[in-house]
Design a protein around this ligand. Structure first.
Ligand code: MTE
Ligand code: MO
Length: 389
């Protein structure tokens, strides 16, 4: 045998790796059954996260065929709360699954067939896109934007990649999965194996529960006091409500009541300009509506102001799509569009008050938009112009 082409020791290393791997694969925490159970939990959390994410996306970047609607008023609050919660709970689940299946990375030879090569390539796509989604989502929830890509577009595009890879992956493991989920698969397990597996899965479940409990209070007020990991508590902030962007950060101009004017312009016969006193003299409506930030926190408040459709009536316009423009001079979310059906909703307000007090500057004084079933990022503050489309 010609051994000169093989550096000495290489076989010994491979043998050691194989022994280590065999030991690992006998460990119930690295078994197919654990992979199947963790995989099912992850599959559910990913699918729910994807569905709620899609809804969030079409609310914020509405395609032609989708007209944002206002009822039920708290729908977006629920879907976005679920989106962020399922994303966060996927973090410990994915880490556990990666740790559990890690020894399989070292199977030798790495590709025994074309099918295996394809499956492994697919896994690289699935794992890296999932990690990207979870990391970028967590960064967003914690208001940490270290990259200069536009988060919604990139997160959305990668979600499709991950979903595609996930569906093919589920297809490729379907036989194993089906077998492992059967009762017989468990019946052949040794009792100590079962115990060890359950201990591990119990630990993962505990970690998943802890993550949820420590964050879900950002949207469920009764749990807000145990929300140790949530960056926002729904009851803390000026006027009892968190603030995302302050008036100072937005560099708002001409918001002082003495100079403030609201312009109604665009597709109108004659444009109209109103001072704050004139706005206050119009019929006022009150509605209890949530601010539901895309980043996961949400809170209800009672808002008072002029209904958008009443304002449109002043310029003889039937409720129709409008764009509101803020007095903000810096930053991204200066404008937002309101669909015709949302403009017709009596609770779509240009709010002057929150919980019976005039708005403070950080909540959008003197005038902000608040509408039912709408992402927080589109509840534009410091409105200076209503542009009829
Ligand atoms: N003009 C303007 N309005 C804005 C924003 C902004 O950056 N600029 N941020 C939005 C976001 S992301 C959220 S969640 C809500 C929060 O409203 P609040 O700060 O009054 O709680 O305001 C929205 N309105
Ligand atoms: Mo937000």
């Amino acid at each position: 045998m010609n051994t000169s082409s093989q550096p000495p020791g290489r076989w010994a290393i491979r043998q050691r790796v194989e022994e280590w791997q065999r030991a690992q694969l006998e460990d119930p925490r690295h078994s197919q059954r654990v992979a199947a159970l963790l995989g099912s939990a992850l599959g559910v959390s990913f699918l729910v996260c994807f569905a709620t994410g899609l809804y969030s996306h079409i609310q914020q970047h509405s395609p032609e065929w989708f007209e944002p609607f206002g009822r039920p008023a708290g729908l977006y609050r629920i879907t976005q709360g679920v989106h962020v919660a399922t994303g966060l709970v996927s973090v410990p689940l994915l880490l556990a699954k990666l740790w559990s299946q890690f020894p399989k990375l070292f199977v030798w030879p790495p590709f025994r067939s074309t099918r295996m090569a394809v499956e492994r390539a697919l896994l690289v796509v699935l794992v890296s896109s999932s990690l990207f989604l979870l990391v970028s989502g967590v960064q967003n929830v914690y208001l940490w934007y270290p990259f200069d890509y536009y988060f919604p577009s990139v997160h959305y595009a990668v979600a499709w990649v991950a979903m595609g890879a996930l569906i093919v992956h589920i297809g490729s493991v379907a036989t194993v999965l089906r077998h492992q989920m059967r009762r017989e698969a468990r019946a052949t397990e040794r009792p100590d194996t079962t115990r060890e597996r359950r201990r591990f899965l119990g630990f993962v479940t505990g970690a998943a529960g802890a993550v949820t409990l420590a964050t879900v209070g950002q949207t469920l007020r009764p749990l807000s006091r145990v929300s140790l990991l949530a960056p926002r508590r729904p009851d803390i902030g000026p006027q009892g409500l968190p603030v995302n962007r302050t008036a100072a950060a937005a560099a708002v101009k001409n918001a002082d009541p003495s100079v403030y004017r609201l312009r109604i312009t665009g597709n109108v016969e004659a444009e109209r300009t109103l001072s704050l006193t004139e706005l206050q003299a119009l019929p006022q409506r009150t509605a209890t509506l949530p601010i539901a930030c895309v980043e996961g926190w949400s809170a209800n408040a009672t808002w008072t102001g002029v209904a958008l459709r009443d304002l449109l009536e002043l310029v003889n316009v039937e409720p129709s799509a409008v764009r509101v423009v803020s007095l903000q001079t810096q930053g991204r979310y200066r404008t937002s569009e309101i669909s015709a059906s949302l403009a017709a909703d009596p609770d779509t307000l240009l709010a002057l008050q929150i919980n019976g007090e005039p708005l403070v500057a950080d909540h959008g004084a003197p005038v902000r938009l608040i509408a039912p079933n709408r992402p927080g990022v589109m509840q534009t503050k410091w409105i200076g112009e209503v542009f009829v489309l």
